[in-house]
Design a protein around this ligand. Structure first.
Ligand SMILES: CC(C)(COP(=O)(O)OP(=O)(O)OC[C@H]1O[C@@H](n2cnc3c(N)ncnc32)[C@H](O)[C@@H]1OP(=O)(O)O)[C@@H](O)C(=O)NCCC(=O)NCCS
Length: 185
């Protein structure tokens, strides 16, 4: 898949994205609300997993690059929520939207710009009924993006992330949701 916005090209992953993605996911500031940075090997495994999911399901997040220069700026897109996490979220939603951008490009509204285009794709092309987003309660920049793209906090869906041990400082998560406006009664 390939989408274009005013400033971004959004496209499917390719194995050549490894070095650029590993630099972003290996950055301690980008990953300050994650339990760990990703090693290059973990990023390789994540990229291969995403490429397999893309082939099987049609999408699994994607690369964002600047239209003007072709420079890789981050990861954004829709993905199926892993079963264990899905089970912990009220209503057991199927699809999430997420983002991780190179910190050199933060603060320019690029994540919401890319996310809006992905949401439109999800609703108009994939005909999804709903998209959710979730993050650590203290990750305010990510929650700003959720609000900017029209998602609403569902406080009743707050959950403790099942992949983190009880007592882990990043365990408490908030959930934001948005329904497909064409299907919303
Ligand atoms: C969340 C993220 C994708 C936002 O991307 P972005 O393109 O900078 O988005 P925006 O420009 O719309 O900025 C969103 C908010 O980030 C914060 N922000 C902006 N520049 C920032 C900077 N240099 N440092 C820290 N926070 C910053 C602001 O709160 C901003 O809100 P505002 O526009 O109301 O001031 C980006 O901060 C990121 O990659 N964070 C690390 C990865 C992550 O936590 N992903 C989410 C996991 S659920």
């Amino acid at each position: 898949m390939r989408l274009e916005t005013e400033r971004l090209v959004l496209r499917s992953w390719e194995s050549r994205d490894h070095a650029s993605l590993a630099a972003v996911l290996g950055d301690a500031e980008v990953r300050r609300f994650y339990p760990t940075v990703a090693t290059p090997e973990q990023t390789r495994a994540q990229l291969e997993f995403s490429i397999e999911k893309q082939a099987a399901m049609g999408f699994h997040f994607g690369a964002a690059e600047l239209r003007s220069t072709g420079q890789f700026v981050g990861l954004v897109g829709l993905g199926y929520i892993p079963e264990e996490t899905r089970a912990a979220i009220r209503g057991q939603p199927a699809v999430e939207i997420g983002w991780q951008f190179d910190k050199a490009f933060w603060g320019q509204g690029l994540a919401p710009e890319g996310a809006r285009a992905w949401l439109t794709y999800g609703f108009e092309t994939l005909q999804l009924a709903e998209v959710v987003a979730f993050t650590f309660v203290g990750n305010l920049p990510s929650q700003r993006v959720m609000k900017k793209i029209g998602m609403m906090r569902d406080a009743d869906a707050d959950f403790e992330h099942p992949r983190l041990a009880p007592g882990h400082p990043l365990r408490s998560h908030v959930v934001y949701r948005i329904a497909n406006p064409a299907l919303d009664a």
